[in-house]
Design a protein around this ligand. Structure first.
Ligand code: SAM
Length: 287
């Protein structure tokens, strides 16, 4: 089995296949030998588990997943990596590589089709340029999976795992918390990659909820309010929501009815408070 974390071995493999890194595809391959086994262990892959990976690269994480899971399906956009993957992962017969764009594939349908009878998890070192859309796409489409364990840029990890009511909290924090319980697992330095990116990364885990934490009457309205409130996060809620197209007087009445100060700012509210605002807006027909 050839090493996928030894720099000169990896260089040799890439040169033999005439491979050139694409910055626009977020191609920074892991060469720190400790990271992938740790991620594969953390995601809980075992003989009852199917794992969806996005972006196998040369297969360094894929290999660790194949050693533990019943089945691994890995989606890679770059056709130039397919012959490399054929070579590096040839001994794993529980692996299916799908050549495609994870942003365009129906991942909900893919999971249902590929992992019948298995518990499912997602595990990936995500290309940085699609971190949020991939995570939100998976959560919003309500994929049938237990958890999402992903490496993302450190700044994104902090935002995705922030506590509501803190400065790091953004619209995406609350959106993630609606669908999952996030936790920060471990940091990964930029020197762990080839080529090294400009920023550090971190591995996070989202444990997907079986049902929302509170009853929501209109999810679309809830997320419209959250996005509007954080769109101009330095403004008061009343002004931020007025700027997002809501009627200013109605928002003031709504906040009074939900016992939230008209002077409050988005980052001061919990997810439950946002849900109360959205539910009350439905009750009093202010939506
Ligand atoms: N898993 C490998 C590792 O840890 O070394 C590679 C991770 S690298 C950060 C991201 C990988 O995602 C690259 O292989 C890249 O070609 C692939 N990729 C980029 N955009 C993609 C997309 N839209 N769909 C599927 N794969 C994509």
């Amino acid at each position: 089995m050839q090493s996928l974390t030894d720099i000169s071995a990896v260089r040799g493999l890439l040169d033999r296949h005439g491979f050139r890194f694409s910055k626009s595809l977020g191609q920074n391959f892991l060469i720190n030998p400790t990271v992938c086994p740790r991620m594969a262990e953390a995601c809980g892959a075992d003989q009852d588990t199917g794992v969806l990976e996005i972006g196998p690269g040369i297969g360094v994480l894929t290999r660790e997943l194949c050693l533990r899971a019943a089945k691994v399906v890995s989606v890679e956009i770059d056709s130039k990596l397919l012959p490399l993957l054929d070579e590096t992962l040839e001994e794993h017969n529980n692996l299916k590589i799908i050549h495609g764009d994870a942003m365009k594939l129906d991942l909900h349908e893919l999971i249902e089709r590929e992992f019948k009878g298995l518990r499912v998890c997602v595990c990936a070192n995500l290309p940085y340029y699609i971190t949020s859309p991939i995570i939100m796409g998976l959560l919003e489409s309500r994929i049938q999976a237990d958890s999402i364990t992903v490496m993302v840029q450190k700044e994104a990890a902090v935002r995705l795992c922030a506590q509501p009511g803190t400065r790091e909290c953004g619209a995406v924090t609350l959106a993630v918390r609606f669908y999952a319980q996030p936790k920060m697992l471990f940091p990964v330095s930029r020197g762990s990659f080839m080529p090294a990116p400009r920023v550090d990364s971190a591995v996070i885990q989202l444990d997907i909820r079986k049902s929302p934490p509170f009853e929501v009457k209109n999810e679309e309205l809830l997320f419209k309010i959250i996005k509007g409130a954080f769109g101009q996060r330095r403004k008061t809620l009343v002004n931020a929501l007025a700027g997002a197209g809501f009627d200013k007087a109605s928002v003031g009445i709504l906040l009074d009815k939900t016992d939230i100060s008209r002077l409050a700012r988005a980052e001061e509210l919990s997810l439950e408070q946002f849900i109360r605002v959205a539910n009350t807006a439905c009750e009093v027909d202010l939506c």
